[in-house]
Design a protein around this ligand. Sequence first.
Ligand code: FAD
Length: 554
Amino acid sequence: MESGRPVLLTVDDDPGVSRAVARDLRRRYGRLYRIVRAESGPQALEALREIKLRGDPVAVLLADYRMPEMSGLEFLEQAMDLFPNARRALLTAYADTDAAIQAINVIDLDHYLQKPWEPPEEKLYPVVDELVGLWRAAGDEPVTATRVVGHRWSARSHEVRDFLARSSVSYRWLTADEPEGRRLLEAAGLDEASIPLVVTPAGDSLVDPGVEELAARVGLSTTPATDFYDTVIVGGGPAGLGAAVYAASEGLRTVLVEREATGGQAGQSARIENYLGFPDGVSGAQLTDRARRQATRFGAEILTAASVTGLEVRGSSRVVRLGDDGEVAAHTVVLATGVTYRTLDAPGVARLTGRGVFYGSATTEAPACAGQDVYVVGGANSAGQAAVFLSRHARRVTLLVRADGLERSMSHYLIRQIRDTDNIEVRPNTTLAGAAGGEHLERLRLCDIATGTEQEVPAGFLFVFIGASPCTEWLDELVQRDRRGFVLTGPDLLVGGRRPPGWPLDRDPYYLEGSVPGVFAAGDARANSVKRVASAVGEGAMAIQLVHRYLEAP
Ligand SMILES: Cc1cc2nc3c(=O)[nH]c(=O)nc-3n(C[C@H](O)[C@H](O)[C@H](O)COP(=O)(O)OP(=O)(O)OC[C@H]3O[C@@H](n4cnc5c(N)ncnc54)[C@H](O)[C@@H]3O)c2cc1C
């Protein structure tokens, strides 16, 4: 169905009349409005539901009064639930004029028109002109973005919103208990139990979609366009995006595979203040969004919501497994899978995750923290940044730190900012003993390590930043990793000057090359790497230099 223009809908059970009204409307309004016609109330309501899901506006409803299945009044009454701003008119025979006049009060009718309406210039157009004018004045703007209907405290609603935001897909957030949210649920034939509901710009409704379905339906690529590349980059954080920008700009056929949305940990950072070239700091989402667009502009293909689950060597090809049944092959692979947050193991935390307990989602949730008491767990830079960022929204932010201070784990500039911010309190020697709440987080139990005493505090939000482990388990034994799972590269692979077992080439592994020739690692996933955005980007760029060297002479 064509979309975009506001709709004028006419419904009449007499097909001849219905066609004639539609024809007259089209003649005068067809350029700016879409004329939709129906031959019964239920059919017209069905059309309206479809229009609602597509996000198109409805300007005017013109309904015949006498229809067998559903009267014009009944239809208009129900249509008002879907499009309360549409202007309404009844088409009546002379005998029904009284009923129409009464309806003006009952359903807030704007006009009634007597049949026959010819000549339209005198009888129909002046009325419709006025209705359109009234509708325009009320400013019912078209909505063509993706819409998400959910519940504020639903973990799944949060995940869906977070994914869309991190993928730079603009969306409108509606709670299930606000009128517009309810209208969309009704239009899709659903109730509050079916949240989150995602309505795509094409008008399709997706109930609690998985990340792959969501990505595909909002227009993101999830499968490779071809089956062989010069390089496959696994992971879309700063290292992967850095590699993609350099690889694509230097003419390599490049695909980047990201299991969630691009951005990685950096995409979660509220404000990166130490990245070169941004003296006033930059939000991680902004930085990585630009990087993604830059990589795409150079021709890199970016797949999101596509998880890499295995790596295989087939002759000179390096084959990466995607999900359960897909695969993509290349001459080289860059592993840039970074690290993932460690989860907090205290009673109640798992159940309340997404319902007041969040891992690294300070930016998405910050506006909801307005005026609230917020807790942040962790003593490193990521926790410090989150505390500073949240302090601009929350009434009070308490930083829970296991150690006896921040000096050993946090940069000095952040410690200074925290000291200078009145509504941040640091509680050293403190761990979280538990979280409690019904629908969402309500209370935390804090434990003072020095004395062993516990204290219960009211809390609506808890943000956790307690370190991370590498996402490399899928590499199995193929690529050598250290004790903690970080990928060993270059000099780290040489034990006592000897190359790694099975190494087939007559040269040492290049600096960022793993124990399999042509497989490189960059960023946080690499053993002994510096865990910073700048170093991840730098290693991504450097890995591509080494890819060139490998392609010239493996
Ligand atoms: C909240 C926070 C704030 C920070 N602030 C700063 C700062 O101010 N300055 C600074 O320099 N550093 C900061 N850091 C650290 C910095 O963000 C990281 O060092 C950097 O993001 C590492 O980049 P990376 O690309 O190596 O890994 P990541 O950013 O971890 O990205 C890895 C990506 O790979 C994807 N992936 C993992 N496994 C797979 C798989 N199997 N298949 C497909 N994709 C996969 C992940 O989903 C992820 O998107 C911060 C980190 C956090 C968490």
